[in-house]
Ligand binder design. Structure first.
Ligand code: 6PG
Length: 245
């Protein structure tokens, strides 16, 4: 597994570079197999990337061969302003011809988030098989506290295997009190780290300290510092977050 960090003048340049690299990864993956699996990130940074994919890259990407998943979700209805699904639907899904049965939102209707997590885990287990063990590309953001997806520094690593077998891929968690929406679903580290490729999208001066800690391996308790990939982790960072050091 290799890592690379690419630094850009601003969020727009970061987003444009990530869109181009994502298109290249799509083309490379689909040269070898029929379908490609992509995990979408939540939060705010990826929105511009999604808008670019829906516009400048709409006709370049083979949407009927892409399958979309989420790395985490706030446990709110899909039309809630805080929903990661809603952000992706507005910026991307409603503007591209991806078949609806290729889109796998994290379910947030069940009364208990733990039941929703188990359902999504089962969805993933039935989707993948030995020939295609996990996601081709996973998009992630970085919180100023070092969280990624909804894996927070206060939580024990979610690598603990379930009693009856392999580590869970989906976990129901409660975000720390500083977050407005606390009930969440998240892919666990085993799921994230099973991805062939990972893109981190990091912009803004408020991420500078945590990004430095993660890149310098000085933050062993930071969930983002535990993310790996089977082939490569690529950091798309703007100057404000990188700090020019
Ligand atoms: C979420 C995201 C979360 C996000 C980071 C960075 O549900 O909030 O999955 O992990 O990626 O908080 O968010 P920004 O990109 O908005 O800074």
């Amino acid at each position: 597994m290799s890592n690379e960090a690419l630094i850009f003048p601003d969020r727009e340049a970061l987003s444009r570079a990530a869109a181009e690299r994502l298109a290249e990864v799509v083309e490379a993956v689909l040269a070898d197999k029929d379908r490609m699996t992509l995990v979408l990130a939540g939060g705010g940074t990826p929105r511009r990337l999604y808008e670019l994919l829906a516009a400048a890259y709409r006709d370049r990407l083979p949407w009927n061969r892409l399958y979309l998943f989420w790395g985490d979700e706030r446990y709110v209805p899909a039309d809630h302003p805080a929903s990661n699904y809603r952000m992706a639907a507005e910026a991307l899904l409603r503007r591209v011809p991806v078949p609806p049965d290729h889109v796998f939102p994290m379910p947030t209707q069940a009364a208990l988030p733990a039941a929703a997590a188990a359902a999504y885990d089962a969805t993933l287990r039935s989707f993948f098989d030995a020939s295609e063990p996990a996601f081709d590309l996973t998009l992630l953001g970085l919180g100023a506290d070092g969280h990624t997806a909804s894996l927070f520094p206060e939580d024990a690593p979610h690598a603990a295997p379930a009693d009856d077998g392999p580590a869970r891929w989906v976990q129901a968690v409660t975000a720390p009190p500083r977050y407005e929406i606390r009930p969440r679903l998240t892919l666990t580290l085993p799921a994230l780290n099973a991805s062939r490729r990972v893109f981190f999208l990091v912009a803004g001066e408020e991420k500078r300290d945590v990004l430095r800690a993660v890149l310098d391996h000085a933050g062993p308790t930071l969930p983002a510092a535990h993310v790996r990939a089977r082939e490569r982790v690529t950091w798309f960072v703007d100057e404000a977050a990188f700090g020019g050091v």
